[in-house]
Design a binder for this molecule. Structure first.
Ligand SMILES: Cc1ncc(COP(=O)(O)O)c(C=O)c1O
Length: 350
């Protein structure tokens, strides 16, 4: 099947790089559960985007790595928290594409998922550079020796650049095709977690372009500001959307008189990035009863918001599930923790 975005806009195929890597389309399913509005609940299974390691990053990387390879790059340099899912997905697909991968890492509360992801990045051959704080990580991402090397592709945390955002514009067209095929009714609302923003940015643009009357709400799970600098605000999401819209318009998409603005909800963030909330923990338990695994940093907080939305919605609502569900035990077993940077070993040891 041709890419849904290119099917709608054939001109894009000649100017936007894309390399199939994901298992698409991901299923849409009724979610189930007990409570007000649950008969309206649907889930988009982006946990199944890849047969080894799924989640929302794979969609972005189809466009990002195709762009990097097209530009002759030999290394992807990125950053994220020590438990970054983006780091795992990027190092896995880089390894598959024969590209090196470097990840600058900052602290977050340690959990089983966090430790596992650190091991997985090692398993996939990433160079891990531990920086401690988020600020120091960002600083070292912008100021390091790789900046002098033209063969390095610099990828913002979470895969949130224009190419990654286009992955989620395409995702909205994929959903539109599933609605047209009768796989689910048109949702009045989509809820997704927001970290680095391209999932929300791409879905907001994509739903509008695909002609869906669906509101997209992003649940902020990352700090809004980094010191004085905005990091995850409607302004930063809007800026990413604008750059993406400009690239799409330059490639042949008709300009919209009024592009939709992003909707970013901050009420579920709690005490910090990666810090569990009570509502998130309850959502996690409830999702487990439906056979869906969510984690505390992103998806538990988004599901907590989704449940509250269901209670007041009048039509179908779609939770966009972004967290990998493949079992990674085998890959984790093959990793020797001793090879981890010593600072990280010390951090994990407490
Ligand atoms: C499981 C999961 N869900 C959601 C997100 C947030 O997506 P985005 O970075 O596009 O805002 C991330 C980002 O790392 C993630 O790992």
């Amino acid at each position: 099947m041709s890419l849904p975005l290119f099917a709608a806009y054939p001109a894009l195929a000649s100017s936007i790089a894309h390399q199939p890597m994901a298992l698409l389309p991901t299923p849409v399913e009724p979610l189930g559960g007990n409570g007000k509005g649950f008969s309206n609940a649907w889930i988009k299974r982006d946990d199944l985007t890849h047969n080894e390691y799924g989640g929302n990053k794979i969609r972005k990387l189809e466009f990002i790595l195709a762009e990097a390879v097209g530009q002759g790059k030999k290394r992807v340099v990125t950053f994220g928290a020590i438990g970054t899912n983006h780091g795992v997905a990027t190092s896995m697909l880089c390894q598959q594409q024969g590209i090196a991968c470097t990840v600058f890492l900052f602290d977050q509360p340690i959990s089983k998922t966090v430790q596992q992801n650190l091991q997985l990045m090692q398993h996939y051959g990433a160079e891990l550079i531990y920086c401690g704080s988020l600020f120091s990580s960002v600083f070292r991402y912008y100021f390091n020796q790789y900046r002098l090397n033209k063969e390095c592709y610099f990828l913002f945390a979470g895969g949130s650049n224009v190419a990654g955002t286009i992955g989620f514009v395409n995702a909205a067209f994929e959903l539109k095709a599933q609605i047209d095929n009768g796989e689910m009714p048109e949702p009045e609302l989509i809820v997704c977690p927001v970290g680095s923003s391209s999932t929300l940015a791409g879905l907001t643009i994509g739903c509008q372009l695909a002609g869906l009357n669906t509101q997209v709400k992003g649940i902020r799970v990352a700090p809004a500001f980094l010191g004085p600098f905005p990091a995850c605000t409607t302004g930063t999401v809007g800026a990413l959307m604008k750059k993406t819209q400009q690239q799409l318009e330059a490639a042949g998409v008709e300009p919209k008189e009024k592009w939709k603005k992003p909707e970013l909800i901050s009420d579920y963030y709690g005490e910090g990035y990666g810090v569990a909330t009570r509502a998130g923990e309850l959502a996690q338990l409830s999702m487990l009863q439906q056979g869906i695994k969510v984690e505390q940093t992103y998806t538990a907080k988004a599901v907590a918001a989704f449940y509250d939305e269901l209670a007041v919605a009048s039509g179908p609502c779609l939770y966009w599930h972004t967290y990998n569900s493949q079992d990674m035990a085998e890959q984790v077993e093959q990793v020797e923790n001793k090879k981890m940077p010593v600072e990280l070993q010390a951090f994990l040891a407490g």
